[in-house]
Design a protein around this ligand. Structure first.
Ligand SMILES: Cc1cc2nc3c(=O)[nH]c(=O)nc-3n(C[C@H](O)[C@H](O)[C@H](O)COP(=O)(O)OP(=O)(O)OC[C@H]3O[C@@H](n4cnc5c(N)ncnc54)[C@H](O)[C@@H]3O)c2cc1C
Length: 458
């Protein structure tokens, strides 16, 4: 757990010294430890009244305000030098509608806790990403997604939202009530208001049969269309400096859960994927020339691993190694070509990488600033170990993605601006209209948002 929380640090000087100087501001850092800020105040509401009070305090004092979920964004999207609202005490399930299969939750609930609460109610979320540390509001606000060509990201599962606007007004919205606000606020980047509660449309709990197996990457590319369409959830990770990809094929099943057994799960998810991989990353950072040899040894020599488990146990796994990431969405039909160009760049440039390149797929949706807005999507994600320079690598990949009108994940590193992004989102203006209405004074803005969606009314 130690590794999975963004940090809040306060003054640790001895009292006598602390008294002579003005009290320093608390400091906040994200999970990846590449973003940091010093807010004027930190509030930790446990009820909606307290959440509202925080926003009102910010209004009275003319402060900017930012909510932070679990700090798992790599960008400065959650930073503020104003008031910071932490949702760590705001994580309860408030209502369950068994007939509609909907739950209403406090916005800060962590996905891991949400999945447990849903399992008790015999419910689940149909498609989620590969970790479960995020808050539900943080995850939907940045268009967090998993993989599955017929399934959308987490925000497409939102049935209703309650949100506090820049003037302190509380707004309930759904497809029937204030539909323009609802449409934009599902992926609001934290720019449209403070989300207080989220109503999620769930599905009956289900199990997945997971098949994880190494394949030659050329074979994956040759069979890509059929792998993507034959599996409910398909993704692959190309291991740089090798001809191998690790593939994951997850499909619903009524078979009873076998799990992998506690030892195998620990061995695969903790020892291999985190401890051994972490050691390889450290050695690679110390001696980059060893990287090709190290990654070749990371490809499992054995055949497929197969097991059946509860859906959320298959989707998410622990991440103990810190890294920096950029992820781009491009039209699904461009996926193979774009990936091949990224692979060629890695091979040509001589860049040495320990982290695999991840490729996923989702269905189109109708949310203005969702990365999948209006088109079926392929996602290509590149990572480097923490403390490694990434600018040259990420910029080169971004140049390739630009050729396909690529849309960067809002929570992951990129170099775009509002100017370059506006034309890539057909409903950009609808989002800006909602923003001007809900937050005309830019109370929920920050430098990252000013860069990527522009100043309010700008
Ligand atoms: C190890 C790791 C694995 C990841 N895997 C995936 C993946 O598989 N798929 C994927 O798509 N992404 C993935 N991500 C990215 C991650 O899902 C997003 O960055 C997500 O936003 C993080 O959620 P959070 O709760 O930490 O939000 P934060 O980073 O804390 O906040 C994100 C934004 O949401 C806003 N926000 C949060 N709560 C509220 C609220 N109540 N009201 C208004 N605004 C709010 C914040 O102000 C900020 O603007 C991963 C990130 C990491 C570090």
């Amino acid at each position: 757990m130690l590794y999975h929380y963004a940090r809040m640090t306060t003054d640790t000087r001895p009292k006598a010294t602390a008294r002579r100087y003005p009290r320093p501001r608390p400091r906040w850092r994200n999970w990846a430890r590449n973003q940091e800020c010093a807010p004027v105040a930190v509030d930790r509401p446990a009820s909606e009244d307290q959440l509202l009070e925080s926003v009102r305090k910010a209004i009275d004092r003319d402060q900017r305000v930012k909510v932070v979920g679990s700090g798992h964004s790599f960008t400065g999207i959650a930073l503020t030098d104003g008031r910071l609202i932490s949702l760590e005490n705001y994580q309860r399930v408030l209502e369950t509608d068994r007939e509609k299969m909907q739950v209403r939750v406090q916005a800060g609930i962590r996905l891991s806790r949400l999945y447990e609460e849903l399992a008790v109610r015999n419910l689940a979320v149909p498609n989620v990403g590969d970790i479960a540390y995020q808050s539900i509001s943080g995850a939907i606000s940045t268009a967090t997604h998993g993989t599955g060509k017929d399934l959308g990201g987490l925000a497409t599962q939102v049935a209703a939202l309650r949100l506090i606007a820049g003037d302190g007004a509380v707004i309930d919205c759904s497809a029937d009530t204030a539909p323009d606000i609802f449409s934009a606020a599902r992926v609001g980047l934290g720019a449209l208001g403070v989300i207080s509660t989220v109503t999620l449309q769930c599905v009956p709990a289900f199990s997945l049969r997971a098949v994880e197996m190494p394949m030659r990457v050329d074979q994956v590319l040759e069979d890509l269309d059929s792998l993507v369409s034959a599996n409910e959830h398909f993704e692959f990770f190309w291991v740089p400096h090798t001809g191998w990809a690790l593939t994951k094929q997850n499909n619903r099943t009524d078979e009873p859960a076998t799990g992998r057994g506690r030892w195998k799960e620990f061995r695969d998810d903790v020892l291999y994927s985190n401890v051994a991989f972490g050691i390889a990353c450290r050695i690679g950072r110390w001696r980059p020339t060893l990287v090709p040899w190290l990654v070749r040894n990371l490809v499992p020599g054995s055949g497929p691993v197969e097991y059946v488990d509860r859906s959320d146990h298959v989707f998410a796994s622990p991440r103990l190694i810190r890294f920096y990431e950029m992820e781009y969405e491009i039209p699904i039909d461009a996926g193979k070509e774009a990936f091949t160009r990224v692979r060629d760049y890695v091979q040509r440039s001589g860049i040495l990488l320990t982290f695999p390149i991840e490729v996923r797929f989702t269905a189109a949706d109708d949310i203005p600033l969702s990365t999948a807005s209006g088109r079926a999507s392929c996602y290509i994600a590149v990572h480097v170990y923490e403390g490694t320079h990434y600018q040259q690598y990420f910029e080169a990949v971004e140049d390739i993605m630009d050729d396909y009108g690529g849309r960067p994940h809002w929570g992951k590193l990129h170099f775009q601006t509002a100017e370059t992004l506006a034309q890539r989102y057909p409903q950009w203006d609808a989002f800006q209209k909602a923003r001007a209405k809900l937050d005309p004074k830019g109370r929920f803005s920050n430098p990252y948002l000013d860069r990527v969606i522009g100043p309010v009314g700008g």
